[in-house]
Design a protein around this ligand. Structure first.
Ligand SMILES: [Fe+2]
Length: 161
């Protein structure tokens, strides 16, 4: 994707990621509703816990950049991101992984946004430096999350065959 050159596009990407992280935080609520093994539950807990943190990081930047914190689904996102009813464990983690990869790419796009666009949203240099550090951390976390999902899919395949 070419670098983001429009303030509105960066702002709406931040809003969407705030929303997605809040949805991912609720992954934990599936624990009682689907049949999972201990290892899967642990994985789900890590993903849920980190998403909670990521949501707060996005919220912090929305507030600092004077962008509205969404209270309902931002445009372009499905009403229910996750519905695991009737899915097998590998299918569940494949589904989650799609969003981990999407998140990783979204944070990369934010980081690579045109410097002028970032300056418009965050005029203070300290803010911009902190924003970049946070994004680096988010990208690293999402990479880890994607690996967790992939190992859950693989681990299950090993058990099956
Ligand atoms: Fe994640």
């Amino acid at each position: 994707m070419p670098a983001i050159k429009d303030k509105k596009i960066l702002a709406s990407l931040m809003q969407r990621m705030y929303w997605i992280e809040s949805q991912m935080e609720q992954l934990g609520t599936w624990e009682g509703r689907i049949e999972l093994m201990d290892e899967n539950l642990e994985a789900l807990e890590v993903l849920s816990h980190d998403s909670d943190l990521h949501g707060s990081i996005m919220e912090k930047w929305l507030i600092r950049a004077n962008i509205e914190v969404p209270v309902s689904i931002p445009k372009g996102l499905p009403a229910h991101i996750f519905d695991f009813v009737g899915l097998s464990t590998p299918e569940i983690f494949k589904n989650i992984d799609k969003y981990e990869v999407l998140a990783m790419n979204a944070y990369r796009d934010m980081m690579n946004a045109d410097t002028e666009v970032i300056k418009e949203l965050l005029p203070g240099q300290n803010d911009r430096e902190e924003f970049m550090k946070d994004l680096e951390r988010l990208i690293r976390d999402e990479e880890k999350h994607s690996n967790i999902c992939k190992s859950q899919v693989k681990g299950f395949a090993k058990l099956m065959y």
